[in-house]
Design a protein around this ligand. Structure first.
Ligand code: HSE
Length: 458
């Protein structure tokens, strides 16, 4: 006889667990910040209220909002929602079940989040810098209090990658995660390639479109991507947040000629965050890297984000979507609120996967040093005359760097001839010594560019 699977599962649920059913009253939300993300969250919560409530199993209600500019905030939320200019009032408010922190920053935001946790409130945040820097402390406090800290909006906002790693791929051992997880730099690199723009012009356009962080060095120096990568690695490998140990290189030093020469060899340059499990530890690195032009990741353009995951059972999966934006981030924030609505009142064991990385940070994996990470490399070597190509090849042989391809750049646009080299896999330490040796050759006329090639094999 057919039995409803939900019903039969329920009949097997121990009485003790059934007594701790999640609540059905409205989940009461206090929000800190009503800027781009906060206003998007307000709008989407209002617009899709019925659908969200149906999915959450109960209504999700905003009860108070903290804002710096109360007049502006009132123009967004209207006259009925209580406002305050004191975020601590939201963090400690007796009628708030969950605090949404979308104000950004790492100093005061840490205090608000820790105060909310200390008052037994769940926290939803889109603040990647806060979690990358203070996440260990925040997750430890949440574990003690038995509350949820959810952060889908902190990583590649519209892409549900935290949930994909935590739930969809829960059966798998993750081998690596590689992501284009900063929209600003992907926009800049796309403009440099498509329109031949200089770095500075493309950056100004990205800022004008609102993609860049308040401090754009976080984007162009790879720091924002490293914040997100450290959260991805913690989820993928169950390791602690190791932002401080990540190897981080940005794109400010890249020139239009690097982009064009990579193209000649069949590659595109992307700022990639890579977290890869090795026997001795984890590679954790953000750097501009060459990807074969035909690879799906090489065809992620503009401010879009993409994350590729290699898992032992599922194989390679790819996730694509907007990495920034008001309602795009709101989508992730509200999905976390739905999770909290389902889990609030559940017993501690059921909350564990949602406590964040700390709760299952069982693999205390070290981050491998930069010199130990081995990949193929692309070298661009300016030479005084085309005959310098022989000396470059000989030098690489002396330095025991495996070479796959050596060519002269087709177009040098007024510059000296350029020798382009594609190496085989070589440890960064070996490549650094070789680049140094090349730089000191009499035939070499300018700075040597050395970039990793990322193969992202399935
Ligand atoms: N500045 C970030 C980016 C915003 O460009 O991706 C979203 O985190």
């Amino acid at each position: 006889m057919y039995r409803d699977p939900v019903e039969s599962h329920a009949s097997l649920t121990p009485l003790a667990s059934r007594e701790q059913r999640p609540s059905t009253r409205a989940l009461r939300v206090g929000m800190i910040g009503i800027g781009t993300v906060g206003s998007g969250t307000f709008r989407v919560l209002a617009r899709n209220h019925a659908e969200i409530a149906a999915r959450a199993g109960r209504s999700i209600e905003l009860v108070i909002v903290a804002a710096r500019n109360l007049t502006r905030a009132s123009s967004i939320v209207g006259p009925d929602l209580p406002l305050t200019d004191d975020p601590m009032q939201v963090a400690t408010h007796p009628d708030v079940d969950v605090v949404v922190e979308v104000a950004g920053g790492t100093g005061p935001a840490r205090d608000w989040v820790l105060a909310a946790i200390a008052h037994g409130k769940h926290v939803v945040t889109a603040n990647k810098a806060l979690l990358a820097v203070h996440g260990e402390e925040i997750f430890a406090a949440a574990r003690v209090q038995g509350v949820v800290v959810a952060y889908e909006g902190a990583v590649a906002v519209s892409i549900p990658i935290v949930k994909a790693l935590r739930e969809g791929l829960a059966a798998n051992r993750i081998e690596w995660v590689a992501g284009i997880i900063n929209g600003t730099t992907n926009f800049i690199l796309s403009k440099m390639r498509d329109e031949g723009l200089d770095f500075a012009v493309a950056l100004a356009q990205a800022q004008a479109l609102g993609y860049a962080e308040a401090d754009p060095t976080f984007d162009i120096d790879g720091i924002d991507a490293a914040h997100k990568l450290s959260l991805l690695a913690a989820n993928a490998f169950g390791m602690p947040l190791r932002f401080a140990d990540a190897q981080i290189e940005g794109i400010a030093q890249l020139k239009a000629i690097d982009v064009a020469c990579a193209e000649q060899l069949g590659f595109r340059i992307k700022l990639l965050g890579v977290a890869r499990r090795q026997a001795q530890g984890v590679e954790l690195r953000v750097q501009p890297a060459l990807i074969p032009a035909t690879h799906l990741m090489a065809n992620v353009h503009g401010a879009m984000n993409a994350v590729m995951v290699k898992a032992d059972a599922a194989g390679v999966t790819l996730y694509y979507g907007a990495g920034a934006g008001s309602e795009q981030t709101a989508s992730a924030v509200i999905a976390d609120l739905v999770d909290v609505a389902r889990l609030d009142g559940a017993d501690a064991a059921r909350q564990v996967p949602h406590l964040g990385v700390h709760a299952h940070a069982t693999n205390d994996l070290p981050v491998l040093p930069r010199a130990a990470v081995s990949t193929p490399h692309f070298l661009r070597v300016p030479v005084r005359s085309a005959s310098g190509i022989q000396r470059v090849a000989a030098c690489l042989a002396e330095q025991q760097v495996p070479v796959r391809q050596v060519a002269l750049a087709a177009r040098c646009e007024g510059a000296d001839p350029q020798v382009l080299v594609l190496t085989g896999p070589a440890a960064q330490g070996v490549l650094d010594l070789a680049a140094h040796a090349l730089q000191s050759l009499a035939e070499v006329s300018g700075g040597v560019t050395s970039l990793r090639v990322e193969e992202l094999a399935a």
